[in-house]
Write a protein that binds this ligand. Structure first.
Ligand code: COI
Length: 352
């Protein structure tokens, strides 16, 4: 599909296609901030969305020195636009940047200008339940230099995209391939950082899984090739008996904000939640004994994505009840909070 909005056009939210899908439509404006050695962050500017002017030698293009974030704003039935967990997302970006030798963002400055951008393009925040405005900050090295070292100039841009469901299937259960050949991230590597390289590393296995009728892959650890890590672009949860298990954070797993939200909610409801190492063999065994209750992915884009089947080599583990009790409760509570229908007792929402 063609992007219906190109630079120089006079777009309007009414031109957005239906169904909206994910990440194809963009609003009119961009936020851009510059960073240089000695000056720090400067020259914040909201400008019309247009192609970027970039030196062909810019370090991000050659050596992948870049990272991004993804957060969302929601329009409630009361008309108020609220951003979900903005500070947690900005903090994660600030914390991740040093791992790819980039300057941390200035949280206060970024928040102030991001809110200004959101107010400017507020008409683009969809009105329908199930739709939202995806906010994509991107930090990248702009210095034109081909030597391999941390660049001395960077840009932070923020673009906005009205979105619907991430998966075409909506809340329909996903078929997941347990990937045993490729790995997403190795200990000591970049797996905990939202850098493009992690996503590039995932593409071949994901495409292969898709060609074989699966929706996404479940990544195993790079050393033993047996412990669960992440599912596609999401964190992974599995319920075995009365225990809800998710792999522990480390340097190979992204510290998902929806993961954190889900753990906090589950604990407040009295569920036993374990952040612990879990091998694929334990899941296979639980399936055999009937203890495997449900599995789901959590992420900003997908929110909660129920898993209906796991392909482990020749084995097919089926979870016929998907979406399960826990995934469904999390989905309705998280979306209820995001659309301002439930009381925000955690202070997770910022009205623009
Ligand atoms: C997220 O869900 O947090 C994401 O960033 C997904 C994105 C890579 C499409």
């Amino acid at each position: 599909m063609q992007n219906p909005i190109s630079s120089g056009a006079s777009p309007s939210p009414a031109r957005a296609p239906a169904p909206l899908g994910f990440g194809r439509v963009f609003t009119e404006h961009l936020l851009m901030l510059q960073w240089s050695q000695g000056r720090g962050w400067h020259d914040a500017e909201i400008r019309a969305r247009a192609d970027l002017a970039m030196d062909p030698a810019a370090a991000a293009l050659h050596y992948g020195q870049s990272m991004f974030e993804g957060l969302k704003a929601f329009r409630g039935a009361d008309g108020v636009v609220r951003v979900f967990r903005m500070d947690a997302h900005l903090r994660r970006m600030q914390n991740g940047a040093p791992r790819v030798a980039m300057p941390g963002i200035d949280i206060e400055l970024t928040r102030t200008h991001l809110l200004e951008l959101l107010r400017r393009d507020a008409a683009w925040v969809p009105r329908e339940r199930g739709q939202s405005l995806y906010i994509r900050p991107l930090l990248y090295a702009t210095e034109p230099f081909l030597g391999v070292r941390p660049a001395q100039t960077y840009t932070l841009l923020v673009l906005l995209s009205p979105v619907g469901a991430y998966y075409d299937k909506g809340m329909e259960a996903l078929r997941i391939w347990v990937e045993q050949e490729h790995v997403r991230a190795a200990p000591g590597g970049l797996g905990a950082v939202k850098t493009g390289a992690n996503y590039a590393a995932s593409l071949v296995a994901a495409a292969r899984a898709k060609a074989n009728g699966f929706d996404q892959v479940l990544w195993l650890d790079a050393v033993h090739r047996k412990n669960l890590e992440e599912v596609g672009t999401m964190n992974f949860f599995v319920r075995i008996g009365d225990e809800v298990i998710t792999p522990p954070l480390g340097d190979t797993i992204l510290a998902g904000i929806t993961r954190d939200t889900s753990i906090a909610l589950l604990r407040s409801w009295g569920y036993k939640v374990s952040e612990r190492t879990i091998g694929i063999e334990e899941v296979v065994q639980a399936s055999r004994t009937g203890a495997l209750q449900e599995a789901f992915g959590t992420g900003t884009a997908a929110v909660i994505a129920p898993v209906g089947e796991l392909g482990v080599g020749d084995l097919r583990l089926r979870l016929p009840g998907a979406p399960g009790e826990v995934g469904s409760r999390l989905y309705s509570t998280i979306t209820g909070l995001q659309y301002g229908e439930l009381e925000d007792t955690h202070g997770w929402l910022s009205a623009i």
